[in-house]
Write a protein that binds this ligand. Structure first.
Ligand SMILES: Cc1cc2nc3c(=O)[nH]c(=O)nc-3n(C[C@H](O)[C@H](O)[C@H](O)COP(=O)(O)OP(=O)(O)OC[C@H]3O[C@@H](n4cnc5c(N)ncnc54)[C@H](O)[C@@H]3O)c2cc1C
Length: 412
């Protein structure tokens, strides 16, 4: 069976690696010309995503991934703050967690290595269609069309393939504009280092501003202690932060800014909302070239709304179907689990246990459920942040946070 995968992001490469490993004929096409020249910071892989990866890639790739990942069990419990930097509470105990955070670039490089020469870069797909006999065909902007027994769209939130299948967009803006950057722990003042500590944190202020500060240390907190296998882009304790604001003409226009100009504009948005200066040090001290903006897109949280097409020889997975804001850290893991699910159903079909269409149908049914679950979690945080931008939400935040801060002080 020949499979064409459109999109060599996380889900498409994971599928390509698995198909190759199981002996399928596969080609993965991505418009990027270099897998390392990609945006993104850290990706969280929970136990289910890691177990899916174990099926998709060779053990030697998995070992290098774990040697490059930062183990959540080795960091302190997450902290919740208010806009003045007062501690409000903690997240759950992480000592039993098997989740790992890994640089998106590192993960993509390792998956690309697993796909090997079946990955074709610099190939932009312009559409998909069926031949007269029903064979799916992929159209490119600057090369001849290619046919296959099965085409899988893993081309992300603005998927050409899923749009063709659904007859329109599969997601819409979630109402939040996000800005990310990276800051080395050692670039912060001793006071902020002591406050933030080796842990992740989230501060949500009134009027829809939020600041997530994620802690990543693939060296000190390596998930697998094998320095000779390490290939993480992050080489020491680092905060990967995400500033979030409700989408408006003003916040949307910030996406056109770059470097120091963007950094300064972000600080201005927080100042306007009354955030204490020291809580913003993580932004001030960031490498300006790392600061970038993006809009959160989200698909429906209802399983029945996802992949709204009959099963056929063109399908899709990952963000193409269930675009998930990064607020639960589960979008990439879900795309990887989609890839493993599809691989297993295709293997059963190739063995003659089921027809190809039944295999796709089963895969899409599972994916709808999986997509709905991760979207529901991610949208909880989005709705919470947006709720603070209402009159009632702003008042509730202003009243509740000092009480929570006092209670947290008493507990200490
Ligand atoms: C640049 C970038 C940065 C990200 N950063 C983070 C992050 O820091 N943290 C986080 O949790 N999540 C991040 N994400 C989201 C996360 O990677 C996805 O939610 C998750 O990987 C879903 O995987 P996917 O394979 O469905 O889509 P993606 O990983 O988005 O991959 C889609 C791929 O399709 C390719 N593509 C799109 N259209 C075409 C076309 N017409 N022709 C050919 N190729 C095409 C794209 O180049 C891309 O490589 C990022 C996504 C991107 C694209």
């Amino acid at each position: 069976m020949r499979v064409i995968v459109v999109g060599g992001g996380i889900g498409g490469l994971a599928l390509g690696a698995g198909l190759r490993r199981r002996g399928f004929e596969v080609a993965v096409f991505d418009r990027d010309t270099d897998v390392t020249a990609t945006g993104g910071y850290h990706i969280t892989l929970d136990e289910r995503a890691q177990s899916a990866l174990t099926e998709l890639v060779e053990p030697r790739i998995m070992r290098r991934l774990l040697a490059s990942g930062s183990a959540l069990r080795l960091r302190e419990r997450d902290a919740f703050w208010d806009r003045r930097g007062r501690l409000l509470g903690h997240g759950p105990d992480l000592s039993g967690s098997s989740s790992v955070d890994v640089d998106r670039i590192t993960l993509r490089m390792l998956l690309a290595e697993a796909v090997g020469d079946r990955l074709h870069l610099g190939c932009r797909v312009s559409g998909v269609e069926h031949d007269d006999d029903g064979t799916p065909r992929v159209l490119f902007t600057d090369r001849a069309p290619a046919s296959a027994d099965l085409v899988v769209g893993a081309d992300g939130a603005h998927s050409v393939v899923a749009r063709h299948l659904a007859g329109g967009q599969t997601n819409s803006p979630a109402g939040i504009i996000g800005f990310s950057g990276r800051t080395l722990l050692h670039d912060l003042s001793p006071h902020e280092q002591r406050r933030l500590r080796p842990r992740s944190g989230l501060a949500v202020g009134p009027r829809g501003a939020a600041l997530y500060v994620g802690f990543l240390d693939p060296v000190g907190n390596a998930a697998l202690d094998a320095p000779e296998l390490r290939m993480s882009v992050t080489t020491g304790p680092t905060y990967i932060w995400g500033a979030m604001f409700p989408e408006s003409a003003t916040t949307d226009s910030l996406r056109d800014l770059r470097d120091v100009e963007l950094q300064t504009a972000l600080l201005g948005q927080f100042h306007k909302r009354g955030w204490a200066e020291h809580t913003l040090e993580v932004i001030t001290q960031a490498d300006p070239r790392s600061v970038a903006g993006f809009r959160f897109n989200a698909a429906s949280t209802r399983a029945a709304d996802l992949a709204p097409w009959p099963a056929g020889r063109i399908t899709a997975l990952g963000d193409a179907v269930h675009a998930t804001p990064p607020t639960a850290g589960m979008g990439a893991g879900a795309a990887i689990r989609d890839a493993a699910g599809l691989l297993n159903h295709l293997t059963a079909s190739a063995a003659g246990d089921t027809t190809l269409i039944d295999a796709i149908n089963q895969f899409e049914t599972d994916m709808r459920q999986r997509g709905s679950e991760v979207l529901t979690l991610a949208m909880k945080t989005v709705r919470w942040i947006l709720a603070t931008d209402t009159t009632f939400g702003a008042a509730a935040t202003a009243v509740c946070t000092p009480i929570l801060a006092a209670a947290a002080r008493l507990r200490r």
